[in-house]
Design a protein around this ligand. Structure first.
Ligand code: NAP
Length: 282
């Protein structure tokens, strides 16, 4: 019997929980988003984040900059938000246009307001096993795995993809949870063989239906991070219909990892507000 890991349902539960916790805390957390340009997908993600804020009682401000904004102008905005006592969390929507130095911008966000968890200090803490803010997508996956009581200690986990926003932090979170982790990428030799060793397979490569039944170990847990278009439909990296029966549990696309990312952003923002208000996330 295959378990569908229902990210939509799990995220609803987490959003309700964070809403209650915010009400009880008496805090009024605020998130600022910064978007440069008018990429429709980025604009949609930012809108979804603002809607989630509204739902859980987080105030939000959106800063929209034209597509030709310079790095210096973006940095200026980030510095203003860093200094703004009303703002608890800052999210710079990626990708940024080519002329903007994304690394500089990410590093300019105050680590204490870095609710996306991409600042080198926060990534360093994650990799040293003392996480503070951790990137929302892999953290949401960890929450989903925990919700469905998927055992991680000693499990062989394979992460396909080594990006800084998904693959690498995913690997670090799994290591911190005592899994034995392999990270694969475009230069991996015999990728299907590597993938087939996984008890837990996380695919974050961004190729529609790349993961086929022959690449999955029977009984594996498969987490599909990919968001791809195929014949006008939104699909994951995993050929869901053909792979699902081999697995013990699998995330759908849509309705799997995506909603967990947003719920985690809300949790991170509340946590940032608590730390700023009381010096502790408890
Ligand atoms: P990315 O920065 O483009 O990274 C893709 C990774 O996949 C790279 O490490 C690349 O290897 C590897 N790769 C690409 N083609 C490969 C192949 N044929 N064989 C093996 N490895 C391959 O992408 P990302 O930001 O990590 O995102 C990955 C996917 O997840 C995208 O579809 C994105 O839209 C989606 N996503 C979803 C969420 C969500 O909330 N659901 C959040 C973030 C991203 P190299 O490093 O060698 O180039």
């Amino acid at each position: 019997m295959v378990t569908i890991l229902d990210g939509k349902k799990c995220s609803e539960k987490r959003l309700e929980l964070v809403k209650e916790q915010i009400e009880e805390s008496g805090l009024h957390p605020h998130l600022a988003t910064v978007i440069v340009g008018s990429d429709p997908a980025s604009q949609m993600y930012v809108r979804m984040k603002h809607r989630a804020c509204e739902r859980v009682g987080i105030g939000s401000v959106g800063i929209e900059l034209p597509a030709d904004t310079t790095t210096e102008k973006v940095l200026e905005k980030v510095r203003l938000l860093n200094a703004d006592p009303e703002i608890d969390g800052i999210l710079v929507q990626l990708p940024l246009p080519n002329q903007v130095d994304a690394e500089l911008v990410i590093a300019a966000v105050s680590p204490a307001k870095d609710v996306d968890g991409f600042h080198p200090e926060n990534l360093g803490l994650l990799f040293s096993g003392r996480p503070r803010f951790t990137p929302c997508t892999p953290t949401g996956i960890m929450t989903l795995l925990s919700e469905y009581r998927i055992p991680l200690s000693g499990a062989r986990a394979v992460v396909a993809g080594r990006s800084i926003d998904v693959g690498r932090p995913m690997a670090a979170l799994l290591i911190n949870a005592d899994a034995t982790v392999t990270v694969c990428h475009s230069r991996t030799k015999d990728l299907p063989e590597e993938l087939k060793r996984a008890d837990i397979l996380v695919s974050a490569i961004g190729r529609a239906h790349f993961i086929q039944p022959g690449m999955v170990k029977p009984g594996a847990v498969v987490i599909d991070v990919g968001i791809n278009q195929l014949n006008g439909k939104l699909v994951g990296d995993v050929d869901f219909e053909n792979v699902r029966e081999i697995t013990s549990a699998i995330t759908p696309v849509p309705g799997g990892v995506g909603p967990m990312t947003i719920a985690t952003l809300m949790e991170n923002t509340f946590r940032a507000a608590k730390v700023r208000a009381c010096g502790s996330a408890r």
